[in-house]
Design a binder for this molecule. Structure first.
Ligand code: SF4
Length: 347
């Protein structure tokens, strides 16, 4: 397996900027950026970051805003803060040189088993294992692991396999070869087995169930919830409200309303929630229909009603802002998808 992987990797490896260097600092930056972020996205960030902070000392001394500006857009900002904390530790405690062993690397802030293994093997050619999503998928298929990968025993097995693999010559290239295979041929949906260097060794290819591996954890069905949205019109203008900045759909605009309480009708919810949340008294509620939306863990049915209200002033409770707007202006607001569906229902 090792020689098949290395021959293939020498021939097919993509030319990526961090593969043109042996600088442990640059490799560490690339491996940190590549966690949870795609290669194509990382390339320009990596180049800009390294030209601004070319050494561990420059990163240790970087101004916090400057650092964030060079990370902005990559997400998971804790990674950048940890990088700087680790850079300071390298400068203060390791004389400015990254540790060349797993244990030393693991002692740095924010450096976990994956990053430590990647830096130790790629930059220092240590026989250090790595398991990321790509490696786990390739191993599940090659070794026929037909169990959910997140369980502790399966994770332990994956790391054992990775350790065994990295014991060969060129451990950094072996690790990169497996990751490269997962990224290019052994992809989640359509593995290209006929072109794969591991085809002869692969359990899933032989069994014909490669696309079904790794086994996915059974998902819980989303919880069903219901709410109302009120289409309130006054003098040809509609009432729109903005959700607070934090939380689900934070900062987006929608029609006012609220969640149905057990046993409550949509009309009763509309009257109650309009009174509680915008201080208006509903006089007539006319159902317009309902729309559905699935969030990660919830399936929401939103009952939409046309509601006539009295002349009271709006008194907000739990919303961030409100406006009376023409239909066109309402549609021009940043609306959540479900709010857009609800508004369309009333036309
Ligand atoms: S033979 Fe197919 S399933 Fe097996 S490792 Fe290669 S691409 Fe993946």
């Amino acid at each position: 397996m090792r020689s098949a992987l290395l021959r293939w990797y020498d021939r097919e490896a993509r030319d990526l900027p961090w593969r043109r260097t042996q600088d442990p600092y640059a490799i560490w930056i690339s491996e940190t950026m590549l966690q949870q972020t795609r290669v194509e996205t990382v390339i320009p960030y990596y180049e800009r970051f390294l030209s601004r902070f070319p050494t561990v000392e420059t990163l240790a001394d970087a101004d916090a805003d400057d650092l964030m500006e060079h990370w902005a857009g990559l997400g998971y900002y804790r990674r950048a803060r940890n990088l700087q904390a680790a850079a300071r530790c390298v400068v203060d405690e390791h004389g400015g040189a990254l540790p060349d062993e797993i244990e030393g690397l693991l002692s740095l802030p924010g450096v976990g088993r994956y990053t430590a293994g990647a830096v130790a093997s790629i930059a220092f050619d240590r026989p250090a294992p790595i398991v990321d999503g790509n490696v786990a998928r390739v191993f599940a298929r090659v070794f026929g692991i037909r169990e959910e990968l997140r369980s502790a025993p399966v994770q332990a097995r994956l790391w054992e396999k990775a350790e065994a693999l990295a014991r060969g010559l060129r451990p950094g290239d072996l690790n990169q070869a497996v990751m490269e295979l997962g990224a290019t041929l052994c992809t989640p949906r359509a593995p290209e087995c006929p072109r794969c260097p591991l085809a002869r060794h692969c359990d899933a290819r032989e069994a014909g169930d490669a696309s079904a591996l790794p086994v996915k954890a059974a998902k819980k069905p989303p919880k069903r919830v219901a709410a109302v949205a009120a289409r309130l019109e006054r003098n040809g203008k509609f009432l729109a409200v903005r959700r607070p900045p934090k939380g689900l759909l934070g900062g987006l605009w929608e029609l006012p309303g609220g969640d149905l309480s057990p046993g409550e009708t949509p009309e009763a919810t509309a009257s109650r929630s309009l009174h509680e949340r915008v201080g208006l008294i509903a006089k007539v509620c006319e159902p317009l229909g309902s729309v559905e939306h699935v969030f990660t863990h919830r399936r929401l049915t939103l009952h939409v009603l046309r509601v006539k209200v009295g002349p009271e002033r709006v008194r907000r409770q739990g919303y961030d802002a409100h406006r009376w707007l023409s239909e066109a202006a309402l549609n021009a607001l940043p609306l959540s998808k479900i709010a857009r569906k609800a508004i369309a229902l009333g036309r």
